[in-house]
Write a protein that binds this ligand. Structure first.
Ligand code: HEM
Length: 430
């Protein structure tokens, strides 16, 4: 509990958003907005104007409001800007059918299908594989005494985990790693190398689904992969049948939604622990005696304190809506700022303090309402395994650079570090 509360008294003019300083530490600006302009209209770097919702109660209401659609077709943008706004889904129609771009009833149907295949049981059975992956990755650098935890650990862990869960054969997983690397390095925009990587990934997934459908045994086998489960769930209900395009879009969104988020949970979470030695020591002591309660509450607190998803994905008003006393017109885009809501003193006691044992921690890091993160059980499993394994195997892990030398990505939706250089006493592989 070493951090001072964020400064809120930065004057009466709105802080500048989307600058380098803001990317490094957006929390003082969010504190100002929460206090002075809780539903704030701003121009985004793409030129699109959108409402930022920063208070917890307003954010929760907005996330559950059916009048705020996820379908970019409801965006009232000027004709000359069509397809140039950077809003995912506006240009690539074939990517539109995934969960984060659709509303009920289509959303209800697709979500039910994937929930049937993506069960807590399937995730729980996956725990030994996640542990094996975490150990294997640490084995690659444990002898060196230093590493970049983003590239050598946080980045490969979720991509291999999701590939395994989906049923992407091991020999193809490095291709996925390269495509995902291109997407994370150059942002989600539909340009150049990113567009090519997205296209390759989708083409590959479509073909994989086609092959798996042709070879699917009549009865499910134990440990069946998720794509097969998805095909089975859709084939079981003739009326609910997933089209191949929907199935490819579903596999794609699982990869996309579950990848950079988890990289950032491990990256931001490790960084927060390394810069809060008291909290880190507390966690290491409890892990040393086999107590995992603090690990469980701690991962939730790391999500609240500096979570991977800074702003929830786009929403568009389908009718005039009032949020926090502010009228929002039809067609206006709304961005719910999860990072600001989760530091709201109106909801959380001492919100700028990291307290791994925090109780009553109903943070919005996984969203809220019908789009609540479908992968939360997997994210929790990966986050807990990654942090516990790092702290246990490299007990004197420390930052190898000054915090001020770290660079944050500065994307619109996600918050995460570009690199996380660390040092530790070299150890042998396990
Ligand atoms: C949705 C956060 C990991 C799959 C969401 C949303 C948030 C979120 C905030 C809601 C977005 C909105 O309402 O606009 C996170 C965080 C993660 C994480 C913080 C890691 C720490 C994962 C993983 C997967 C996944 C590992 C799957 C492999 C999804 C899917 C949705 C979603 C499919 C869309 C659900 C729907 O629209 O019904 N996530 N996520 N997420 N997440 Fe996650």
């Amino acid at each position: 509990m070493t951090e001072k509360p964020a400064q809120t008294s930065v004057g009466s003019t709105p802080p500048e958003l989307f600058t380098w300083e803001f990317a490094t530490n957006p929390y003082p600006a969010y504190a100002w907005l929460r206090e002075h302009a809780p539903v704030h209209r701003t121009k985004l770097p793409s030129g699109v104007e959108a409402w930022l919702v920063t208070r917890y109660a307003d954010a929760k209401q907005a996330l559950a409001d059916a009048r705020l659609s996820k379908n970019p077709a409801h965006h009232d943008e000027p004709a000359h800007a069509k397809g140039k706004t950077g809003i995912p889904g506006e240009r690539k129609a074939e990517l539109m059918t995934h969960l984060l771009n659709i509303d009920p009833p289509d959303h209800t149907r697709l979500r039910r299908l994937v929930a049937q295949a993506f069960t807590p049981r399937r995730v729980a059975a996956f725990a030994p594989r996640v542990q094996e992956l975490a150990d294997h990755l640490i084995d690659q650098f444990a002898h060196k005494g230093s590493a970049d935890l983003i590239h050598e650990f946080a980045f490969p862990l979720p991509i291999y985990a999701i590939c395994d869960l989906l049923g992407v054969p091991r020999e193809d997983q490095d291709d996925f790693r390269d495509w995902a690397g291109m997407m994370i390095r150059h942002g989600g925009g539909p340009r150049g190398g990113v567009a090519r990587s997205v296209k390759k990934m989708r083409g590959y997934l479509a073909e994989l689904i086609h092959r798996k459908r042709a070879a699917l045994p009549e009865e499910p086998t134990p440990g069946e992969d998720l794509i097969s489960g998805l095909i089975r769930a859709s084939d079981d209900r003739a009326s609910d049948r997933l089209s191949e395009n929907e199935a490819a879009a579903m596999a794609f969104i699982l990869l996309f939604a579950g990848f950079e988020t988890t990289v950032n949970l491990v990256g931001n979470g490790t960084y927060a622990l390394l810069t809060h030695p008291e909290q880190r020591q507390r966690l290491q002591q409890s892990l040393a005696v086999g107590d995992t309660d603090l690990l469980a509450t701690g991962v939730e607190e790391l999500l609240r304190y500096d979570g991977p998803v800074e702003l929830a994905t786009w929403r568009f008003a389908t009718e005039a809506v009032t949020i926090g006393g502010q009228r929002i017109e039809v067609g206006d885009p709304v961005l719910v700022v999860l990072a600001a809501a989760d530091r709201d003193p109106g909801r959380f006691n001492a919100p700028d303090t990291l307290d791994l044992g925090r109780r009553d921690n109903q943070h919005l890091g996984y969203g809220h309402g019908i789009h609540y993160c479908l992968g939360a059980p997997l994210a929790r499993l990966e986050g807990r395994t990654a942090l516990a394994t790092l702290l246990t195997r490299l007990p004197d892990l420390q930052l190898a650079v000054d915090s001020t030398d770290l660079r944050w990505r500065g994307g619109l939706i996600m918050r995460g570090l570009r690199t996380l250089p660390v040092s530790f006493t070299p150890t042998q592989s396990w």
